[in-house]
Design a protein around this ligand. Structure first.
Ligand SMILES: [Fe+2]
Ligand SMILES: [Fe+2]
Length: 265
């Protein structure tokens, strides 16, 4: 049996602080084998930096998935081609784009990242067909997919489409956790969205006043990560190493009283 913690989008310094605290707590209480996290908002909410990536590897994250915001920090994009850097980008981007969307971890885990097309970028490859390809290329492996997507319909549909073929299909990107975690009929652990690990009194991690101002004026705003009390969003999944299917999924939605201080990055 394998126990894996998968953390939803970690936002900026406050999110990193909350993730660190919860990783060490959950390691003790759950006996985790691996920790994965979506890191597209790791550095000030905009992509990653190598420094912040390393900080979180040291905190115990074994591998990162990402999504549309991974492209925000132009200096980091070249690092996606470095196989020693444990960060995926969605697999269904065009082939000439830096990085990779699947990684082999441990003896038999294939971690994969896909991006949705509905209300996002409809010119990425079909995530359903890309998933078929990933499954074919990773036969006999424990396949865990982060589906970074906006529309609940696309996420639920892909969950059912992949049921029985992958160990887990976990949604990210909306930063709002859904309470629909379950083991589907074929043994696939599913949740529409893991939620965010970042500032609770915020709009998806951003200072709420900035976003409200944007809605009121329709003018572009420069985003700043909010501070204060944190929310930790993720799941712990248990996987049968023989059948390569999930036995259990436990949702975690916890308020973490860490204060990252002013000017959080
Ligand atoms: Fe995000
Ligand atoms: Fe995203």
């Amino acid at each position: 049996m394998l126990k894996i913690l998968f953390i939803g989008d970690i936002v900026g310094k406050p999110g990193r602080a909350a993730a660190k605290k919860m990783i060490s707590e959950l390691r003790e209480s759950e006996g985790l084998d691996f920790v994965f996290a979506n890191g597209e908002n790791l550095a000030a909410g905009h992509g990653m930096t190598y420094e912040k990536y390393q900080e979180m590897v040291e905190a115990g994250i074994d591998y990162f998935t990402s999504g549309n915001h991974i492209w925000n920090n132009k200096d980091f994009i070249h690092s996606l081609d470095d196989k020693s850097v444990k960060v995926l980008r969605p697999a269904n981007y065009p082939e000439n784009v830096p990085g990779r969307g699947v990684a082999l971890i441990g003896d038999d885990i294939a971690l994969a990242n896909l991006q949705g097309r509905v209300f996002m970028y409809d010119d990425v490859e079909d995530p359903f067909k890309t998933a078929d390809k990933i499954i074919k290329e990773n036969e006999g492996k424990i396949i865990i997919i982060d589906f970074h997507a906006e529309a609940t319909s696309e996420k639920v549909a892909l969950g059912f489409y992949l049921d029985g073929k992958v160990a887990a299909l976990l949604g990210t990107h909306t930063h709002i956790q859904t309470s629909d975690e379950r083991i589907l009929g074929g043994g696939t652990a599913y949740i529409t969205d893991l939620g965010m690990t970042g500032p609770r009194d915020s709009v998806l991690g951003v200072k709420k006043e900035i976003i409200i101002e944007g809605f009121l004026t329709q003018l572009p705003q420069s985003h700043k990560v909010a501070v204060g009390e944190q929310i930790f969003g993720g799941v712990v999944i248990e996987i049968d190493t023989k059948t390569k299917r999930a036995l259990k999924i436990k949702r975690i939605n916890k308020v973490v009283p860490v204060e990252a201080g002013k000017g959080a990055l």
